[in-house]
Design a protein around this ligand. Sequence first.
Ligand SMILES: Nc1ncnc2c1ncn2[C@@H]1O[C@H](COP(=O)(O)OP(=O)(O)O)[C@@H](O)[C@H]1O
Ligand SMILES: [Mg+2]
Length: 369
Amino acid sequence: MGIEDILMYDESLFNNINAFDPDYMPPNYNFRDTQMEGMAMAIRPAMRGGQPSNAIILGSPATGKTTAIKKVFEMVEKTTEKVICVYVNCQIHTTRFGIFSQVYKKVFGYLPPETGIPFSKIYAEIMKNLQKNEKSLIVAFDDINYLFQSKNANKVVYDLLRAYEEYPGVRTSIFAILSDLEFKYAFDKNVNTVFIPQEIMFPLYKYSEIEDILRDRAKAGFFPGVLSDDILEQIAMYTLENGDLRVGINLLKSCGNIAEASASREITQEHFDKAIDSLVSINVSETLKSLNDVEKELLKMIVDYDGIYTAGDLSEEYKQKTGSSYASFNRTLEKLEFVRLIDTKFTGKGSRGQSRQIILRFNPEDYQI
Ligand SMILES: Nc1ncnc2c1ncn2[C@@H]1O[C@H](COP(=O)(O)OP(=O)(O)O)[C@@H](O)[C@H]1O
Ligand SMILES: [Mg+2]
């Protein structure tokens, strides 16, 4: 280490390390105007004492849904006192009591006591307050699929949307936010008659958008000169090909940490490569943890096989071992490929014509399956 490096050692590359936090609110929020206008249109009637619309907000993970809703709610609250916006993270709040406690907090400014008060009382106090003050209520359920898992979705949505029956004049609407595009949300019949949502789609970001967003984030988080265009482009490309925006933002941060740990004043190619290596290993262990027993079984068979597996050989073995159908085998194999633990490649060499060769994408010696 040269004298200059020693002197520089204490100096951070980070101008604001919080810029890489998951809950950081980017002041510059581009590419989502259409979606935010859609939300505003749904809320607008409430600004003039009318009935706000319901909305369902759809998009893959990290397409900006949570950020957009929070920004819009913030703007609404700055503009009017007539609309109460409640943001509910359904990964955290899954019970009817928990969710209405969040609403209560927004209406009264403090949480209700956790014990000793029945749900019906909390509910009544909320609705009476809305009625008396002529305020509308909009509740955003972020990642609402979790609410279906806890089987509370129907009740909670029904409680909210039918409030006007018992409390005339009360105007409520809900925004349901969904990341899992395969998740089929199905409300009960009686909820369907009141929940008629307008759909707001968040498409995936294109390469140029990812690059722009990451450049902005790097500007907010690093001192000037820390990140070169070349590394930024590599991070953006990796993000596009291997993950979502969150991966890109995390990569920026870990590149910064690695560069800082080696007392460098900028992020080099070597730092980037190291960051990618550690990312890959985290992803593999996370993915392995998320597999079900059948998926694990098939993966073990692939790992244990000493040689080149084709899908044909494997399906035979799988059928014998598990007694499952070819369709089930195919589904499981597709899942393993989808989560990027394996690749399949058509070789054309199989005994039954076209055959798929299976390639592991990680070193099984490094992980426990
Ligand atoms: N248009 C954008 N501009 C700046 N940052 C963005 C943009 N879209 C998403 N992000 C960032 O990407 C991450 C994921 O966004 P988020 O709103 O949580 O997505 P979602 O709720 O769709 O999963 C957050 O760190 C967020 O700040
Ligand atoms: Mg989200």
